[in-house]
Design a protein around this ligand. Structure first.
Ligand code: FAQ
Length: 334
């Protein structure tokens, strides 16, 4: 329905005077903090960046259900199981809002699914790590949702209307997820020595991958300049990572846990926590498809897609039946 808004290539904007004028209107709309809506004219590069980022974000929510899904049957109590099920269901909902927002840019949902299932699409590196113990579920809520919120709150002010509006609801739910994760960690850290050791082990394994969620360092971030000019990004990858570290380190100390980077130190002058050097070779390896769980995640997604085929078929047949019944009732009433 929005595809009529698909428009010229960036290069045309330079070549054609009317597009130069359109770019000026487009940029002044953004500079005035107004939203760009699906039927507004937009440069091809802006559209491409949004399709790329929003679809990657949607895929992350969907693949992100798998590490937690691993613990549904083994949650330690009915209360924990109910909360975990609800959280995972929320992530599916986030994927849905985000695919819907990306579709307004003229790419079909089927195309996004196909890109994910073929292994062509990216999703967040963090979901390629295994959930080995129950403490990993606490860590995901505390650190992974915590990092997601830090990154996503500014996206509520992103210049593209459908993405910004989707993020408002997503962020409300993510902040609840973060709290349930921290509460799991608190319970473990106030529990037996074995439980506390389990919490520490989870932090040791997830801390660095959580910092990698914010993307490459600013000097290596190839999309940041455009995304900042277009007010898709409001803060750089490194700035958000630093905000996350500053917020999270005191929370970890309150739990009585130690962070797995000996160089972590507080800088009185800047008011920031200095963290050690990130192992970017690990980040690149995981993003390139060679993380601990990349192959399993995609294989599982493909299997789920195949297992759900009958549900989609049944829904289509049922919808057609309803359509025919309604048409027949209309004829009978005339
Ligand atoms: N993993 O130039 P930049 C969640 C790629 S949701 C994999 O800096 P950009 C909720 C990047 O795509 C988590 N790839 O790129 C939840 C680009 O590749 P491309 C997801 C990464 O876009 C919780 C290349 O590197 N959140 O956790 C990663 O300006 C619990 C160059 O990078 C979002 O997607 C990475 N970590 O900045 C669910 C938020 N980082 O496309 C379940 C929206 C970078 O050229 C359970 N996304 N890359 O092939 C963003 O804010 C941005 O896309 C960034 C990257 C900040 C991730």
């Amino acid at each position: 329905m929005y595809t009529q808004a698909l428009n010229s290539k960036d290069t045309d904007a330079v070549a054609r005077p009317e597009d130069v004028a359109r770019v000026a209107v487009f940029q002044s709309t953004i500079d005035a903090e107004d939203k760009i809506e699906p039927n507004d004219w937009m440069p091809d590069g802006y559209r491409r960046t949004l399709v790329r980022q929003i679809s990657q974000h949607a895929h992350s929510e969907v693949i992100g259900m798998q590490p937690e899904g691993n613990w549904i049957t083994r949650a330690p109590s009915l209360r924990r199981k109910a909360a975990l099920l609800a959280k995972i269901q929320d992530e599916a909902g986030h994927g849905l809002y985000l695919y819907a927002a990306a579709e307004t840019l003229g790419v079909s949902r089927e195309t996004f699914y196909e890109q994910l299932l073929s292994g062509k699409a990216k999703y967040s590196s963090i979901f390629n790590y295994p959930t080995e113990t129950w403490a990993d579920i606490g860590i995901i809520g505390w650190l992974v949702d915590g990092a997601a919120i830090m990154n996503q709150i500014p996206l509520c002010r992103c210049s593209y209307g459908p993405y910004a509006r989707a993020m408002i609801r997503v962020c409300k739910e993510e902040s609840f997820h973060q709290r349930q994760g921290y509460e799991i960690m608190l319970t473990l850290c106030r529990g037996t020595a074995a439980q506390k050791a389990m919490a520490q082990d989870a932090l040791n394994r997830w801390w660095w991958p959580a910092l990698m969620m914010f993307g490459p360092s600013d000097k290596d971030s190839m999309h940041s300049a455009d995304s900042t000019r277009w007010k898709i990004k409001r803060f750089s990858n490194d700035d958000l990572r630093q905000k996350f570290v500053d917020a999270t380190v005191p929370q970890g100390h309150f739990l009585g846990l130690t962070f797995p980077n000996p160089s972590l130190s507080y800088d009185e002058a800047s008011g920031h926590w200095n963290y050690g050097e990130i192992d970017w070779s690990e980040f690149k390896r995981v993003v390139a498809g060679d993380g601990p769980m990349n192959k399993q995640r995609i294989a599982r997604r493909r299997q789920t897609e195949a297992d759900g085929a009958w549900v989609r078929e049944a829904a289509m047949v049922y919808a057609e039946k309803r359509r025919q019944r309604a048409a027949a009732a209309k004829v009978a009433a005339e």
